[in-house]
Write a protein that binds this ligand. Structure first.
Ligand code: MG
Length: 395
């Protein structure tokens, strides 16, 4: 890379707009949707099913209070009203009961939280599709290629989440993931924080080092022992001293992050590497005697894989088969086409070619068909990738 290219890269990195979106007190907020009468009260999530509210004769719910709790449970989330008393995630329920005996205790319901998680991520994707999943209640979003103003986008995303789920979130937008993550925590709940590199001295440096994602309790303690408590002190620290105590690569990273430098891309991930279908037979099938049944199953698998590809919007170039024999020996073979396809007949022809290369001497218990070397069907058209039109007949 020459100097000019280097500068161009640095510039485009500085111009990225990365959002970190963090749902506010997520589990507790989902519970408040269910029990709106608890709004404004200290509520702690972390109970078991026996702490489920009881519906009384008059239809009102009776909630379990912390003061009645005995056990070794741990708090997963607390409402902001409970946090005001010093309650925090990971704290023992008994300890919290001493701090706020009148707080309501609710059982955890992960199914509900996962449902809301899928829902808020899906709605964000309709506005800004470049999403990296980092947890049940948080995502990074790359807003760089969107035309709208940052504030407008952040407000639109927050409003869409509120409209569809009734939940609030906090958003930080910055030129990188590091600063975006710090930003989403600066104005909680229901906040928007926009940071750029020039904000670092005033807004980032005064913060304690543990606000940096990647500086855990151990490193925090070690840094404190060196007299380093704020990010500003870390930025001023002698690199040699850091290297001595933390090793070269972590010390270099500490130095970078204290100056707000982070070049990690938003990993829009979850692009599948392959799509496959397989089936284990109810009884082991003989390659010759059960040929008709096997052939039907084989065709169905190819059709299913093709349908999966089409539904998910992919085309693939490498077709593979997997066989498991009655003695559990497993064999795979691949065949790479000259161009991508999502067509059942082409997939079947290639898969058939793979099968021909496996000596079929024993009964079979499993058959599978896989398509890999995937491309999004839309990207393939844009990039002018050839899509498989015709293939010589093998059989
Ligand atoms: Mg959260």
């Amino acid at each position: 890379m020459n100097n000019l290219e280097y500068n161009a890269t640095q510039q485009s990195l500085a111009q990225r707009r990365i959002a970190h979106l963090d749902m506010d007190a997520f589990y507790a907020s989902v519970e408040l949707l269910r029990y709106p009468e608890l709004r404004g009260q200290p509520v702690v999530i972390g109970g078991r099913s026996e702490h489920q509210p009881i519906v009384q004769a008059d239809g009102r719910r009776q909630f379990y209070r912390l003061r009645n709790y005995a056990g070794r449970g741990v708090i997963t989330t607390a409402t902001y009203e409970a946090r005001a008393f010093g309650v925090s995630s990971g704290m023992g329920v008994m300890k919290a009961a001493q701090l706020v005996p009148d707080a309501v205790l609710l059982p955890v319901d992960f199914d509900a939280y996962r449902r809301y998680s899928r829902q808020f991520k899906a709605i964000v994707a309709t506005i800004a599709p470049q999403i990296e999943n980092t947890g049940i209640d948080e995502i990074y979003i790359d807003l760089s290629s969107l035309p709208d103003e940052t504030v407008v986008l952040a407000q639109r995303i927050k409003q869409a989440i509120r409209d569809t789920t009734g939940l609030t979130c906090s958003v930080g937008v910055a030129p990188n993931k590091l600063l975006a993550k710090i930003g989403s925590d600066l104005n909680k709940p229901d906040g928007v924080t926009i940071l750029d590199m020039s904000d670092i001295p005033i807004r980032i440096w005064p913060l304690p080092v543990q606000k940096i994602n990647g500086i855990g309790p151990k490193a925090t303690k070690k840094l404190a022992a060196l007299g380093i408590q704020t990010i500003a002190e870390l930025a001023r620290a002698d690199p040699g001293l850091l290297q001595l105590h933390f090793g070269r690569s972590y010390a270099a990273w500490l130095c970078d992050v204290s100056h707000g430098i982070d070049q990690r891309p938003v990993e829009t991930c979850s692009e599948p590497k392959s799509i496959s279908r397989e089936t284990t037979f109810e009884r082991d099938l003989h390659p010759r005697l059960d040929r008709t049944v096997l052939s039907e199953i084989f065709t169905t698998l190819c059709e299913q894989v093709a349908a999966d590809l089409q539904r998910k919007g992919y085309i693939g170039r490498t077709i593979g088969v997997k066989l498991r024999f009655e003695d559990f020996r497993t064999v795979t073979r691949d065949f790479t086409l000259t161009a991508h396809t999502a067509n059942a007949i082409q997939i079947r022809r290639a898969a058939r070619e793979c099968l021909r290369r496996i000596p079929l001497t024993k009964k079979l218990r499993l058959l599978g068909v896989r398509v890999s070397s995937l491309l999004p069907a839309s990207a393939a058209v844009d990039q002018g990738h050839a899509i498989q039109q015709e293939l010589p007949l093998f059989f």
